[in-house]
Design a protein around this ligand. Sequence first.
Ligand SMILES: Nc1ncnc2c1ncn2[C@@H]1O[C@H](COP(=O)(O)OP(=O)(O)O)[C@@H](O)[C@H]1O
Ligand SMILES: [Mg+2]
Length: 314
Amino acid sequence: MLYEILSETFKDIVDKESSSQLWSGCGSVNRMHLDGVDVVVKFAQVPTQLTHRNIIQSDFALARKLKSYQVELAFYQQQTVQLNEVCKVPKLIHAIQRDHTTCLVLADFAPEGFNPKSELSIAHHHQVLNWLAKFHSYFVLRADIGWQEGGYWHLATRPDELQRMAHGELKTHAKCIAELIRDCPYRTQIHGDAKAANFAFSPELEVLGYDFQWLGSGLGIQDVMLYFTSVFDNDGLQTNADNLLEYYFSMLSDNLSATCSTQRTQDIVTSWRELWPVVWADFHRFLLGWKPDHFKINNYMREQSHNALKLVRG
Ligand SMILES: Nc1ncnc2c1ncn2[C@@H]1O[C@H](COP(=O)(O)OP(=O)(O)O)[C@@H](O)[C@H]1O
Ligand SMILES: [Mg+2]
């Protein structure tokens, strides 16, 4: 199927190395040489049955997965040429969308010197936070891209997990917590899955972000929170979270000041800083419904949820 689709556009199709499977058998990521160009082809065909052990195979979950590939494709088609002037993302070479199938042909970033890294230092974290601050500042003035709410864990998209969740305050206050995030007037577009595995680094520590299936409206700190969960355990969070969050806010303020008034910049930072515990509580709620023994649930997260519940209880 992939080769049939590609041969409509490309004459010379060479496989470079074995492909990796996308999440739950939804397709593959293939390194290829198409008409002499190094590319990565993200081919997704959402099946009628998902095989993930933590997901109830509902039509709802399937529709969500299918839409996520379409959101990513639209993002590459409509946003990335301009965005690349601000923060680096892969270049789109070709895109095909048909019924349950999407095929994204992206320039391979490895020959350009970018590679994902598993060991990250504070210098890497600064660069990622810089990338996020630029991304969020750029999209502050641009609404209606991607999902109505970005991220894969927000409450409206997770009714199955909420139902499965054991009784507790994060469950009873789940709606209130979600509303505090949704009703915040200072919004942007968030990456929506800003874990470390979705960034690549050049030897000079330039950053490139990818994997935009969960892009949509949100608060920049939701990406920062998710990034932190992917690089720090409890000790790392206790040591680094405050400093790095302030670093993000200072980069955000610098970038916002180019397009927003000083007052508006301050309002964005103030309201997002207040909601820091709330975005943690919201992700904690998702984990408790999805996989209650998840390794990301630690004391830092519990403390943030505790603070968020204090806010919610009034
Ligand atoms: N443009 C690209 N150039 C090089 N490698 C890529 C590119 N896009 C994706 N990859 C590689 O393929 C992997 C999976 O792609 P990604 O878009 O993150 O899909 P998934 O939804 O499976 O995480 C990435 O972690 C990265 O290693
Ligand atoms: Mg990914």
